[in-house]
Ligand binder design. Structure first.
Ligand SMILES: [Zn+2]
Ligand SMILES: [Zn+2]
Ligand SMILES: [Zn+2]
Ligand SMILES: [Zn+2]
Ligand SMILES: [Zn+2]
Ligand SMILES: [Zn+2]
Ligand SMILES: [Zn+2]
Length: 318
């Protein structure tokens, strides 16, 4: 534990309180008054020593002078033998009050081993801090711990999000059907909706916008028979009008085609028996090795249509 003597700079010498024996004045830093950390010997005539960090702090603000004798200091050097003497002094951890040992082992105890050191909960999102010896108890009840779903749906959930998981996504949570009085696990609702008697369904009659509950569909078909006939009649009229328009268009195209044939009869021969005969074009027959179209084999019942294998389209005019 670093001393941070009252009013002094940070990262300074060790508090004399942690040492088991009274500390000789020779080990104290004249700048921070703590037991020297990383002692450096100054180039003053008395070779006074201070903490290395204190030396750096002093150099920042003014030309370095020894805080003991106030002589100007040109150089300073880490004093390894003196540091070893300090490292072997025995200290007690005042945080846990239990541990004693050489100063050189104190830092590891304080940062990694002391049961009373302050630690943070490792669960992501949790900002709880406590003594290391209390951490295990906290982690058992921490809101940010990961726990299996209360209803054993197989999901792992952050403890504080359990209610939200049960309320919105858990497939095992029992919820009421939106339409009827049945209560089922959330995961079974889609299957239930396929048969739920109160769920609204589409009326199968085109043009009818009413969506009766499934259980009332046949009653609706019976009750709305007149409306359904009206809707179907309207639909039929619409379809008939469309068909008439298409037929007119077809006849017009046929007249146009006749005119084209009459004006250039040497090169175009066209065959259309009726508009209904306009079937999708068949694929061209695959070529044989000699480059002629291969004749398709046909079953007994299939009449041969030789025109399709010709390069020209033959259309006799009526
Ligand atoms: Zn110091
Ligand atoms: Zn000095
Ligand atoms: Zn301790
Ligand atoms: Zn926590
Ligand atoms: Zn669940
Ligand atoms: Zn239902
Ligand atoms: Zn209907």
């Amino acid at each position: 534990m670093l001393a941070q003597a009252a009013g002094g700079p940070l990262h300074v010498g060790y508090s004399p309180q942690i040492f088991l024996q009274e500390v000789d004045n020779v080990f104290l830093c004249a700048y921070c008054h703590g037991v020297m950390c990383q002692p450096v010997t100054l180039s003053c005539s008395s070779s006074h020593k201070i903490c290395r960090h204190c030396c750096t702090e002093l150099s920042k603000t003014e030309p370095l002078t020894c805080p003991s004798c106030h002589e100007p200091v040109k150089t300073h050097q880490l004093d390894i033998p003196f540091k070893t003497l300090i490292d072997h002094l025995t200290v007690r951890c005042i945080v846990c009050g239990d541990w004693t040992g050489p100063l050189e082992a104190f830092e590891q105890h304080a940062e990694c081993l002391c049961p009373s050191r302050v630690v943070g909960c490792p669960h992501p999102g949790c900002s709880h801090t406590c003594r290391a010896l209390e951490l295990a108890d906290h982690m058992l009840v921490c809101d940010y711990r990961c726990v299996p779903c209360e209803l054993a749906c197989g999901a792992d959930v952050i403890a504080k999000d359990m209610q939200s998981h049960l309320g919105t996504t858990c497939p095992r949570m029992a919820i009421p059907c939106t339409y009827c009085t049945v209560t089922l696990p959330r995961g079974d609702i889609p299957t239930h909706l396929e048969v739920c008697p109160e769920m609204p369904v589409d009326c199968p009659v085109p043009g009818c916008l009413i969506r009766p509950p499934r259980v009332q569909l046949s009653a609706h078909l019976h009750d709305a028979a007149v409306d359904h006939v009206a809707a179907l009649t309207a639909l039929l009229r619409e379809t008939q009008a469309e068909l008439a328009a298409k037929t007119t268009e077809c006849l017009q195209l046929r007249e146009d085609l006749k005119r084209v044939v009459a004006s250039d009869a040497d090169t175009v021969t066209v065959q259309i028996s009726s508009p209904a005969a306009m079937t999708p074009a068949r694929k061209p027959a695959p070529l044989t090795k000699r480059g002629r179209p291969r004749k398709e084999r046909r079953g007994k019942g299939t009449p041969a249509v030789e025109q399709e294998e010709e390069a020209r389209v033959v259309v006799p005019l009526e």
